[in-house]
Ligand binder design. Structure first.
Ligand code: ZN
Ligand code: MN
Length: 257
């Protein structure tokens, strides 16, 4: 009997047994996207998977294979699609991948899912994928499937943010490849972080609307949207603590009848 929290490392009878016992399936939603000159392309994969792994372990869940590609990067939240290496899916492809995964697992008996999103732009297309999956399952007369969909970064205490940003937390949208993601990577995969390459740049500022195609003023040469200087493994560890504790609580509560 293999004891792993990762679904892909189990045999099918082991997976089936855990599903029959009511295991919650965690599906991390990543992206292959530039994260500045100092971080790898798979930051959103590593972070969403890491949080899902610990929470799944806490509550006896399973982590399904992480979606390695996400919906298209936008200039105001991820730098945009022009960066070499940023490799994305059309919304329909992304939504349909989620639809297919939930539908197949649902056909095999899975009834409780948590989508752990790690890439800003995945938010609405992932809702679409869930909606389509539940519609397909209803057509098979499977009606008792519940999906929680969340962004891991929302699970953080005000005190933690005040400690990290003593001058006030400016919001997650511009945190791309910045202080928070760099700190989390320093806590989890310091071998993939090149601190000497952190850009000496301050916070980007955008008008509160998209222009498509994006004018040059919407594109940041470094790909980093806010100041990443000051990132540390200590900050990353504190954030992870919050993410895991608060998400474990939330998921447990949401699935308690
Ligand atoms: Zn990211
Ligand atoms: Mn992203």
């Amino acid at each position: 009997m293999v004891e792993s929290v990762f679904m892909a490392e189990l045999s099918w009878p082991e997976w089936e047994e855990k599903i029959k016992a009511g295991a919650i399936i965690f599906l991390p939603l990543g992206a292959t996207e530039q994260h500045g000159p100092h971080l790898p392309l798979n930051v959103d994969v590593i972070l969403s998977t890491a949080v899902a792994e610990v929470v799944a372990r806490e509550i006896g869940g399973l982590v399904a294979p992480t979606l390695q590609y996400g919906y298209k990067s936008m200039p105001r939240s991820g730098g945009g699609q022009t960066f070499p290496g940023t490799t994305s899916l059309d919304a329909a492809t992304f939504s349909h991948t989620i639809r297919d995964v939930i539908r197949d697992m649902g056909m095999h008996g899975a009834r409780r899912f948590v989508l752990v999103n790690g890439h800003f732009e995945n938010a609405w297309p992932s809702v679409e994928g869930v909606d389509l999956a539940l519609r397909d399952l209803r057509a098979e007369d499977i009606r008792n499937v519940t999906v929680i969909r969340l962004e891991y970064w929302d699970f953080v205490r005000r005190e933690t943010l005040d400690w990290i940003f003593p001058n006030g937390f400016p919001g997650t949208e511009l945190e791309h490849a910045s202080l928070i993601e760099t700190s989390l990577m320093l806590a989890l995969r310091p071998d993939l972080v090149e601190l000497s390459k952190v850009p000496q740049e301050s916070r980007a500022s955008f008008p509160p609307y998209d222009i498509i195609p994006a004018p040059p003023s919407y594109l940041r040469a470094s790909g980093v949207l806010a100041d990443a200087r000051g990132a540390s493994a200590e900050i990353g560890r504190r954030l992870l603590e919050d993410h895991v504790l608060m998400m474990t609580d939330a998921v447990t509560q949401a699935f308690t009848p």
